[in-house]
Write a protein that binds this ligand. Structure first.
Ligand code: FES
Ligand code: FES
Length: 206
């Protein structure tokens, strides 16, 4: 009898400990979390966070979008907005092929998450020309034969426009320095520099 009594009291103690641990855990869990788990709201949360609302102005046109947090500005422009003028070269911030202007400042769009650009104004190569009239920098690149395969050209032109606007196009050396983030595998550099220098010297508004 004594053994049975001991065993019963052991089970009772273990049961009590289990129950009290569970009660303590539940009492420390916020009510909202318990309710959420009950209603499978966690799954709905996951869906909500998969895509984030994003307002952008691209080439003077307003867009209301939903994007995954991991999407870069480059991929958003190319894949969601079909603005494929902006090129993907290295995808690591090293070639400048993806250069666009964000609120007037040049950036490598492969290094910027789309959601970081909420409310901002983006200009891509497609936004430079005025209808059928080329931007002066586009015209200068054609005149000076500033491209061969053309892959780097949109990024070069976006950077070139920024370079002039920044006041960093006062000599060939300065242009080379401030265009050094834009790589051209065809080696069109001398012609690119000539094009930028001409635009700068003409004083044309860019
Ligand atoms: S693709 Fe962005 S820097 Fe190369
Ligand atoms: S023109 Fe070919 S990469 Fe520059």
């Amino acid at each position: 009898m004594a053994e049975i009594d001991n065993n019963q009291s052991g089970d009772t103690r273990r049961d009590f400990l289990k129950k009290s641990t569970l009660i303590t855990a539940l009492s420390l869990t916020p009510l909202t979390v318990l309710k959420a788990a009950d209603n499978k709201v966690d799954e709905q949360f996951a869906e909500l966070f998969e895509k984030i609302p994003l307002n952008l102005k691209v080439n003077n046109k307003a867009f209301v979008l939903k994007v995954e947090p991991r999407v870069t500005l480059l991929d958003l422009l190319r894949e969601q907005l079909h603005l494929t003028g902006t090129k993907k070269g290295c995808d690591h911030g090293q070639c400048g092929a993806c250069t666009v202007h964000v609120d007037g400042v040049r950036i490598n769009s492969c290094l910027s998450l789309a959601v970081m650009n909420e409310g901002k104004s983006i200009t891509t190569i497609e936004g430079l020309a005025n209808g059928d009239v080329l931007h002066p920098m586009q015209a200068a690149f054609i005149k000076h034969d500033g491209f061969q395969c053309g892959y780097c050209t949109p990024g070069q032109i976006m950077s070139a426009v920024a370079c002039v606007r920044e006041g960093h196009a006062n000599s060939k050396e300065e242009i080379r320095e401030y265009m050094s983030g834009n790589i051209c595998r065809c080696g069109a550099y001398p012609n690119i520099v000539d094009a930028i220098q001409e635009v700068k010297e003409k004083g044309t508004a860019v």
